[in-house]
Design a protein around this ligand. Structure first.
Ligand SMILES: [Zn+2]
Length: 190
């Protein structure tokens, strides 16, 4: 739900004195399993990334989350693609933007096809550690499009490409959160 809540501050727990529903997204999301799963993973991630109440980027996280939930509710794109794009952009706000247009270790420009979670994106042939996974050009381009929110480019992607890209995003998120999110099981990680 997108709601307006009026709170009265108290020493321990604030008291809610008034609520008003602005957008009833819940009713639009609960009748579709994939949309509901993606929304759950989004809010769980947002909660993890905004644990510290005083973070300066809280408003940016809020706007991004609201936009993503609204897009899910109006079926603007495939739920998995909306989730992957949201996760990459939320991580970017948190200061962990992955790099897909140059080697994330040595900075070499150009197309690279090795993905490394610990190194933060694509790496060149010389920098690729043994654990790096090979990603075809189309998957790297899809990851870049998901990070940029370039929807025309995302919509043309094949299922296999979406699967490999979303797996990388899930692993990258869990690496930075240092924990496994229950709700991320909506992405079949292989
Ligand atoms: Zn390199």
């Amino acid at each position: 739900m997108h709601s307006r809540v009026q709170l009265v501050p108290r020493r321990n727990l604030d008291i809610i004195v008034q609520t008003e529903t602005i957008h009833p997204y819940g009713t639009m999301l609960t009748n579709d399993y994939d949309s509901f799963g993606a929304a759950s993973a989004m809010v769980e991630t947002a909660e993890q990334l905004t644990r510290d109440e005083d973070i300066a980027s809280a408003a940016e996280h809020y706007r991004l989350l609201h936009g993503a939930i609204a897009a899910l509710a109006r079926r603007a794109a495939a739920p998995k693609a909306l989730l992957a794009s949201y996760l990459l952009r939320a991580l970017a706000i948190a200061g962990w933007a992955p790099t897909f247009d140059e080697c994330s270790k040595c900075g070499l420009q150009g197309h690279h096809n090795w993905l490394s979670v610990p190194l933060g994106g694509v790496v060149c042939d010389d920098c690729a550690p043994p654990q790096a996974t090979y990603a075809p050009d189309d998957v790297v381009a899809l990851l870049a499009a998901l990070l940029a929110g370039d929807w025309p480019a995302i919509e043309g992607a094949q299922n296999g490409e979406i699967r490999q890209a979303t797996n990388f995003v899930a692993q990258y998120l869990q690496y930075h959160l240092e924990k496994t999110l229950q709700s991320l099981s909506v992405i079949d990680q292989g």
